[in-house]
Design a protein around this ligand. Structure first.
Ligand code: NAP
Length: 329
């Protein structure tokens, strides 16, 4: 495992963070709690010390699972937790809400769910256009001063939105989407975070499983699984993305003795992200973790990868379909 220090904080975290959205079940077709707890333990055994969750993931369930997993091993002090705020829900429908009252209630619930009295990083999950960003920053800065959080993060914010937020308090970490198929941040947020010494903790390293090498055109998704509406998982695009996965897998095997999953996560780490979020919900999904380390992608490999992507994906599409509505939507 590789570790980094988050600038402006005392946090030293693994460069792979475990994502627990699917463990909450919501938008992933359900969950198995014991299996989820075992997944968290499996990741920790392989050196992961940063676990990412959110109140909205299963409407509290993902946070509760994280809390139980750490309580069972009595290891809260050895693990960093990142959770989020700013997404509210009613009758199962999710919307943005960064009103100070909601954030305070939402964060108090997170502490209870997680069985802790502090979290290491608190992210604003999505920018709320109906609340001044500066005000939201003041609320999080107050948590920071009181020792209830150790770092402030913003997720899905543009550089301009971050600058507005910074007028009310500090930002230490940003959390945008980033993977081989979703590279929008290279144009703006990535250089901005480097210039401003913000840790870049990107999500979706496997592009919701597409880059695991296990997705086929035959695979069916259950219940409310978001991949039923994900435009990358619909034809004719799915075949283009799977063609890329096949060529990337061959390339990884021939050049590095690795598979596409290792290549996809290594690429995120070597292509500008400080921390790569990897989502999982069964312990065996953590098996490939050790083989992400001990090798790197050089410039020649990066060019070859770009060429594969250009040749295969004729109709690229971004992750915009995941954006939740604002309150007046
Ligand atoms: N801030 C935000 O707005 C935001 C948005 C999205 C995600 N996130 C965070 O980032 C985390 C990661 O993102 P993500 O969960 O969307 O995507 P991801 O890491 O790209 O993909 C996760 C999915 O890939 C599959 N997978 C994982 N390991 C595998 C393995 N070894 N073999 C085969 N398949 C494997 C699993 O799907 P199956 O179990 O279905 O096979 C898993 O649920 C989330 O859990 C969450 O913490 C944040």
């Amino acid at each position: 495992m590789e570790y980094i220090r988050i600038s402006g904080t005392e946090l030293e975290v693994s460069r792979i963070a475990l994502g627990t959205w699917a463990m909450g079940g919501w938008m992933w077709g359900g969950t198995d709690e014991e299996q989820a707890i075992n997944t968290i333990h499996a990741a920790m055994e392989k050196g992961v010390n940063l676990i990412d969750t959110a109140p909205v993931y299963g409407f509290g369930l993902s946070e509760e699972i994280v809390g139980k997993a750490l309580a069972r091993k009595k290891c809260r002090d050895r693990v960093c937790i990142s959770t989020k705020t700013g997404l509210d829900w009613k009758d199962g429908k999710v919307f943005r809400n960064c009103s100070p009252d909601f954030i305070k209630r939402n964060f108090a619930d997170s502490l209870k769910n997680l069985q802790t009295d502090y979290v290491d990083i608190l992210f604003v999950h999505w920018p709320d256009p109906l609340e001044p960003f500066e005000e939201t920053a003041r609320v999080l800065n107050q948590f920071l001063k009181e020792g209830q959080i150790r770092a402030v993060g913003v997720s899905n914010y543009s550089p301009e939105q971050i600058q507005a937020f910074q007028r009310g308090g500090p930002v230490h970490v940003v959390q945008p989407p980033y993977n081989l198929f979703e590279r929008e941040i290279e144009a703006d947020l990535m250089p901005f975070s480097k210039e401003n010494h913000l840790a870049l903790m990107s999500y979706g390293a496997l592009c919701r499983g597409l880059l695991s090498g296990k997705v086929t055109t035959e695979r069916e998704y259950q219940g409310d699984d978001l991949r039923k509406t994900d435009p990358k998982f619909k034809q004719p695009r799915l075949s283009q993305y799977l063609a890329a996965v096949k060529l990337l897998d061959q390339f990884a095997w021939q050049r590095f003795d690795r598979r596409v999953l290792h290549l996809a996560v290594r690429w995120v780490l070597d292509h500008g992200a400080d921390i790569a979020l990897w989502g999982g919900r069964s312990p065996d999904q953590m098996d490939p973790l050790p083989e992400i380390f001990g090798w790197r992608l050089d410039q020649t490999a990066m060019h070859a990868i770009d060429q594969i992507l250009q040749e295969t994906i004729r109709e690229p599409v971004g992750p915009e379909f995941m954006a939740p509505p604002s309150r007046k939507h």
